[in-house]
Write a protein that binds this ligand. Structure first.
Ligand code: IPE
Ligand code: IPE
Ligand code: MG
Length: 242
């Protein structure tokens, strides 16, 4: 437990960009004898709670991993449930997100999604484009390697010469162009791997893994992650002045 009476929220270091690998929905459902889809629904509910907490703590950019390029290999029924959930959430949540100053962005492959879903995403992005309280990148049909392949293809298509290619240029060709790299990656449900999440942008992120399953990861758990982040010594390969 974080003792909030003793913790001065102003003493927290707030990351500019947080990534969350929202894992453990299936296990959450299994433990209750429910179908996996029920876990995904609960996970979506939890995202609303965590978004509210991000706004409260002043986190400017949040990227959530909702569906990976690898997740397409899951049984068709589960893939369908996840696609339906995204579609429904876009319909029911966008107005509320807009009202709360959230700018919704999509990162990942749009061409793998049905035209209706592509449209739903485009509409939500267009409506919320100028909001600045919180940028929410939704990684859906997203893979870090796929993103880099896509970037290289576009760099070549633009006729960029070898000498012009540097780290800043590659960053500009990623889905997160113009946004700062990740400061903190949170993974729920205990695994200690990136699973192809923002592999370029997380090069120097701090990692935080918790056994708490995503549907149970609320404000208090986010606060614990921020306390851990505040205590980290980020050296970026340098040494401290004596
Ligand atoms: C995370 O929960 C959501 C997605 C990957 C779509 P999982 O569905 O991976 O849940 P577990 O890991 O099986 O518990
Ligand atoms: C990572 O979770 C992807 C998302 C949370 C969307 P997975 O459950 O798919 O990852 P693995 O299989 O544990 O690597
Ligand atoms: Mg999982």
């Amino acid at each position: 437990m974080v003792n909030e009476q003793q913790l001065d929220l102003r003493s927290l270091k707030i990351p500019r960009h947080v990534g969350i690998i929202m894992d453990g929905n299936g296990r959450w459902a299994q433990r209750r004898g429910l179908p996996r889809a029920a876990g995904h629904r609960e996970g979506m509910e939890n995202l609303r709670r965590v978004l509210r907490a991000c706004v409260e703590f002043g986190i400017p950019i949040l990227t959530v991993y909702a569906f990976s390029t690898e997740n397409w290999g899951r049984p068709a029924q589960e893939v369908r449930a996840l696609l339906t959930l995204l579609e429904r959430s876009l319909r029911t949540e966008t107005a509320e997100l807009h009202k709360n100053g959230v700018s919704v962005r999509h990162i990942g492959r749009t061409d793998t999604l049905a035209p209706g879903l592509q449209q739903g995403i485009a509409d939500a992005v267009a409506l919320t484009r100028d909001n600045r309280r919180l940028i929410l990148n939704v990684a859906f049909s997203y893979g870090g390697r796929d993103e880099i392949v896509h970037a290289v293809q576009r760099i070549m298509a633009d006729g960029i010469s070898a000498e012009q290619v540097d780290e800043a240029l590659i960053s500009r060709y990623l889905y997160t162009a113009g946004q700062p790299d990740l400061d903190l990656v949170i993974r729920t449900a205990g695994e200690m791997r990136l699973s192809n999440f923002l592999i370029w942008q997380a090069a120097y992120a701090e990692y935080y893994s918790t056994p708490v399953l995503w549907p149970d990861f609320g404000r208090e758990e986010l606060l614990k992650a921020l306390v851990a982040y505040t205590q980290r010594d980020r050296r970026f390969g340098l040494i401290k002045e004596p």
